[in-house]
Design a protein around this ligand. Sequence first.
Ligand SMILES: [Zn+2]
Ligand SMILES: [Zn+2]
Length: 209
Amino acid sequence: MNISSRQLAGNRVRWGRDGNKSQVRATNMSVPIFKYHPDPIGTGSVEASDTECVCCGQKRGHIYSGSVFSVEELAERICPWCIADGSAHKKFDAEFTDAAGVGGYSRPPVVPNSVIEEVVFRTPGFSGWQQEHWLACCGDAAAFLGRAGRAELERQWPDAILSIQQECGMVNSPDWKSYLMALEKDGSPTAYVFRCLHCGKHLGYSDCD
Ligand SMILES: [Zn+2]
Ligand SMILES: [Zn+2]
């Protein structure tokens, strides 16, 4: 395991691993329900683990493995229950997604503050190659569904392809076809797919190592 850190404005640091890692499939599905991250085990942000949570002090069988924005190094040390009830945010002033990234860094923010707080304080984030975007649609944050390559996009989420193409500014680019071909779920570049909780549309963006 290779924990990386990146200094941010103020004294917060982004703790976590960049990009992908092998996934431990968990069988216990009793992790909390997150409106904006419906399958955190499937996306690899929550892993089966006997690590003790530094917030509740318990070994609850799962640990959060996405990015953490905090002063203290908390990567892979917080359980999903302490994210869900807000206690990890309260105790450590930890955030799990960069607030500016909710809505894809658009200014002014496209979603209400209460939504930004739910995503940033009480929802597991994920680990992208670069600082993560949390996409929004219909005035609300969208639900993160996971990483995708070309194969997953064409099979499961073909309607996300155009938004990925638009997001990276390649709508009229002759390089788009080869970029799409290069997208890999467990590689670089990779795409991140979301679903709007209102209109049901799939959205995405991509980044690389
Ligand atoms: Zn805990
Ligand atoms: Zn929508």
